[in-house]
Ligand binder design. Sequence first.
Ligand SMILES: Cc1cc2nc3c(=O)[nH]c(=O)nc-3n(C[C@H](O)[C@H](O)[C@H](O)COP(=O)(O)O)c2cc1C
Length: 229
Amino acid sequence: MQSATQSVDAAITSRHSIRAYLPTPVPRETVEAILDVAARAPSGSNTQPWLIHALAGAELERFCDIVQGAFLAGVQEKREYQSYSDLVVEPYLSRRREVGWGLYARLGIGKGDRERTREQHARNFRFFDAPVGMICTIDRRLAVGSWLDLGMFLQNVATAARGRGLDTCFQAAFAGFPITVRRTLGLPDEQAIVCGIALGHADPNAVENGLETKRVPAREFASFRGFAT
Ligand SMILES: Cc1cc2nc3c(=O)[nH]c(=O)nc-3n(C[C@H](O)[C@H](O)[C@H](O)COP(=O)(O)O)c2cc1C
């Protein structure tokens, strides 16, 4: 029997971004249970700013056809928000490059192979074939603090999914097509498109799912003052 610490730590540390899924369906009850657990996240004054649009089956297909179609047709939309600063400084630039090149190397996509890079990027817009795709939105009239709340909620989604043997991938790629996403889901302009979330069972044979990302240990990013030891 695992202790609570072991199982919480295992749910957190066993999460990796999964970019290839088995077709095994995930029932609505499971998705709803994950979201109910995730909604226990703290939020400033309990504002609970998260909104989720969950898709499966024919609705998912239709959505992916439209958004992937826009990407492949070269449609240009103003991104909902900037994922990366224009000022790319170290150590963040190197970390970003390492994960990007690591993923493409596993897939046998060489640096400069634009066509295959584009094909791989296009898989984002099918949620990497996950049986469930979710779009997370937030009311844009809220302040930046509410986006922090959203981050806590989203991490809970991933952890609750792991607790049920399921995998996820967060996808800011969808924030590049806010107009198409809003129109396809029938959402009002106030809804800012934050990210997509792929949810399902990892394909154990897919090479991209073997990508291991590193972390800097706490002693390098944290300072400790006043402790006895
Ligand atoms: C907000 C956010 C947006 C992301 N967007 C994408 C995305 O659009 N496509 C993708 O393949 N991965 C995306 N990722 C996954 C990151 O690349 C991944 O979390 C990071 O490289 C660390 O790897 P790990 O999740 O396997 O630990 C995103 C992650 C976060 C938190």
